[in-house]
Design a protein around this ligand. Structure first.
Ligand code: DGJ
Length: 572
């Protein structure tokens, strides 16, 4: 009882301290932290790997539906769920807030030991303002919209209106204030996604009178200063635009970046960034947890900004976002395109840790999850539409829907189980830089990919038939973690793995010892030995030796992923 009173007192004190100050005094608050080679998400004082999934946009407005979703996703080994919170759900009448849905979400998540990331569908959702309350939508005079070159307006609140910004700011502040009241001790909410895939669809930029006036002004000094200070690390295409236009240190938008559609996109990016920076800042004053944006990526058929949301944090304009919205911690990609590894490489930057809030959830999604966490030190992975996780089989069609199956058997659930079991090892290796992964996909014509770690190069290939050498699967992945100088934990599915020397000395690598096993509470439990038919990939010893190969390696079939441990030795 005494303890309970004491705890309550601490909670009261915590609530009495301004939230911004709490961030400094409360290391238990979810935050991002640079730990060696990686920036990691810290939850309850410990590094966290978000094995996540995002529900359909409106699923979270139906708490009865969510009652069926929470246990299902927990069974699929998720530890985090991304759920939307619509501005119109919490402020249906101006100034009157109703957070019962938010409370219901927290209570459902807690009952199932899950964390959540709340997605603030405020001024924009997929570029549009569809989640703005009806009282905002209905008053275009007070809440102005973007104007297209054809003179028509669209249902997109303009970034150039202070009324828009203030209305969203008030609602978002109330929302974050509420979270502070109900969650500053428990940290069920570990991050916020601010808005959703912002940007103007339908034109390269807003052509309202306010936007035109801003476009005719000089580029703000704050942006020019940032570009000059960070010139050495600017995204090459942005630097090229600036330099092609003469590399000026001041001037109007067209003078600095040239008279082209990309300049409109840069201008929009800056204005979205400034708007959202204000929201992120006031939100953090209430509850200082990490905030990210998500990006609708340019599609292969898109020609101009406006075909995709103009101003969204695409690779070209991430620097503009970093300059304009320092309160947003991560600009994250929604990877609904097939070339997953390419998009990871575009978004993981020294000033931008990777998180993938939307992607696929079928077998290719399982591969994505392992890959981004192993190769790009991603803080997590989150396929879209996770309320359908029990239909996520092997299929690679959009959405990955197949007949419902036992949820613990879907490829994603199995991959998440592996990642959950290996979590302490993975997080430690991310910070030491002793981890790598491969992602193989015949559709992307990627059948082999090397991981270089310490003294060795680990060759990962799609599994082949031993006799015919024909590739036997279309999709595979592996993750490798150093265990001292000459040993590795390797986990994967549908791949075979061989080794080469990465340092001088004897160049042929043999297997000194290998075993299957599993991690239980972070401890390796060695299982069956791996040898003989388990490891021989090629009996043609002379050709293997000529290629500095032993002919042996590790094999990972389709029933996995499984983990193996291997100790290597060298000969010549
Ligand atoms: C991307 C959006 O961000 C999501 O909210 C959702 O609408 C998906 N597209 C649908 O695939």
């Amino acid at each position: 009882m005494k303890n309970k009173i004491l705890l309550n007192c601490i909670a009261l004190v915590a609530l009495a301290i301004p939230a911004g100050v709490q961030a400094q005094v409360n290391p238990m608050m979810p935050h991002l932290e640079k730990r060696g080679a990686a920036t990691q998400l810290i939850v309850d004082g410990k590094p966290y790997l978000a094995l996540a999934g995002e529900t359909d946009n409106t699923a979270s407005s139906d708490l009865a539906l969510m009652d069926t979703v929470w246990p299902k996703v927990a069974k699929a080994n998720l530890n985090t769920v991304l759920v939307g919170v619509g501005w119109n759900w919490v402020e249906p009448v101006e100034g009157k807030y109703d957070f019962s849905l938010v409370d219901g979400i927290l209570s459902g998540a807690r009952k199932n030991n899950l964390h959540v990331v709340l997605l603030w569908f405020g001024s924009w959702k997929n570029g549009l303002s569809s989640f703005a309350p009806a009282w905002v939508k209905a008053d275009q005079q007070r809440f102005p919209r973007d104007l297209l070159t054809n003179g028509k307006s669209v249902e997109v609140l303009s970034t150039f209106s202070d009324n828009n910004l203030q209305a969203d700011t008030r609602a978002y502040t109330a929302f974050m204030h509420h979270l502070r009241q109900v969650d500053s001790k428990q940290h069920t909410v570990i991050m916020i996604q601010l808005e959703n895939e912002v940007g103007l669809i339908g034109d390269t930029r807003d052509h309202s009178a306010a936007a035109n006036a801003a476009f005719a002004q000089p580029v703000p000094q704050q942006l020019m200063d940032y570009l000059q200070k960070n010139k050495a690390t600017l995204w090459p295409d942005l630097l090229k635009l600036w330099e092609t236009a003469g590399g000026k240190t001041s001037g109007t938008w067209t003078e600095v970046f040239g008279a082209n559609p990309a300049t409109d996109e840069i201008f929009m990016a800056w204005n979205y960034a400034r708007y959202m920076n204000q929201l992120a800042k006031v939100g953090k004053d209430e509850l200082p947890i990490p905030v990210f944006s998500n990006t609708w990526l340019v599609q292969p058929t898109d020609k101009l900004p406006g075909d995709y949301p103009s101003g969204c944090p695409e690779p070209l304009v991430i620097d503009i976002w970093k300059a304009g919205a320092p309160a947003i911690d991560i600009n994250a990609p929604d990877v609904h395109l097939p070339n997953f590894s390419f998009w990871c490489s575009q978004f993981q930057r020294p000033n931008n840790p990777l998180f993938v809030p939307e992607s696929s959830g079928d077998a290719s999604g399982a591969a994505n999850a392992v890959y981004c966490i192993g190769q790009y030190a991603s803080i997590g992975y989150s396929p879209f539409g996770v309320n359908h996780v029990d239909t996520w089989g092997e299929t690679r069609s959009a959405g990955g829907a197949s007949a419902p199956m036992a949820v613990e058997n879907v490829p994603l659930a199995k991959a998440y189980k592996l990642l959950a079991d290996m979590k302490p090892l993975i997080l430690d290796a991310q910070s030491k830089g002793t981890i790598g992964a491969s992602w193989l996909d015949t559709q992307q014509k990627i059948q082999k990919e090397d991981i270089t770690l310490g003294n060795y190069v680990i060759h990962v290939e799609l599994q082949r038939d031993r006799r015919s050498q024909a590739v036997t699967s279309a999709l595979g992945y592996a993750i490798a973690i150093e265990d001292g100088l000459d040993a590795f934990y390797v986990a994967g599915r549908n791949v075979q793995v061989t080794f080469s020397a990465n340092t001088p000395g004897p160049q042929i690598i043999g297997l000194a010892d290998a075993a299957k096993g599993k991690f239980v509470n972070g401890k390796w439990i060695r299982g069956r030995n791996v040898n003989g038919d388990d490891v021989v990939l090629d009996y043609n010893q002379s050709s293997a030796a000529a290629n500095n190969q032993s002919g042996s390696g590790l094999m990972f079939g389709s029933d996995g992923p499984i983990i193996q441990w291997v100790k290597l030795y060298r000969y010549q």
